[in-house]
Design a protein around this ligand. Sequence first.
Ligand SMILES: CC(C)(COP(=O)(O)OP(=O)(O)OC[C@H]1O[C@@H](n2cnc3c(N)ncnc32)[C@H](O)[C@@H]1OP(=O)(O)O)[C@@H](O)C(=O)NCCC(=O)NCCS
Length: 176
Amino acid sequence: MSELPTVSLRARTPDDLDVLFSIAADLATWEERNPSAPAPLTRERFDARLAAPGNTSEDTVNFVVDVDGVAVGSASLFGYDSFAHHAEVGISLVREARGRSIGTAAIVQLVEFGFVRRNLRRIHLQAIASNAGAIRAYEKAGFVIEGRQRQHAWVRGTYEDIVVMGILRSEPTLAS
Ligand SMILES: CC(C)(COP(=O)(O)OP(=O)(O)OC[C@H]1O[C@@H](n2cnc3c(N)ncnc32)[C@H](O)[C@@H]1OP(=O)(O)O)[C@@H](O)C(=O)NCCC(=O)NCCS
């Protein structure tokens, strides 16, 4: 694989909110990004969601994906299980940043953060089966497909499988 681009994961600042809102409100990728019902997202609801207790808890880690000082996406760890030491990962980039290995580089760093800094031993996610770019990016970062939930999602007029992916700390990653 060719070298990954230089990507930083950093804290959110007020200057990032327009970009993050544009991603969150993008109806075209709604089902890929979250399981809630598709609906137009107002800025007020977005701001309220950011301020919600779940988003500010220590168990949720929200990074901005930064390339050359510009916010191009968000990457999160959430759904911590403090007994089994696992959490879920989520990532979204603005359209112009996709397909340039930025997602893979960000996932690698997020996994490293989860394993080394948060003492996770497993990180997992769910992706819509047709989201081949996301599945490939996760595979490149070391995730494996663990199973499928058949016809589990309703996506823009058709039922789709959900692909369950995971990575264990004992497994090789691009960072190791
Ligand atoms: C998913 C996402 C974060 C991936 O980041 P990215 O920077 O676009 O991904 P990368 O460029 O690192 O890797 C994508 C890989 O998928 C491949 N790919 C892209 N579209 C593909 C397709 N339709 N079929 C097969 N492979 C595809 C690319 O060629 C690349 O693989 P390669 O490097 O071996 O050539 C980004 O596309 C995104 O934000 N998508 C919208 C939100 C989303 O779907 N989030 C994930 C929810 S699970």
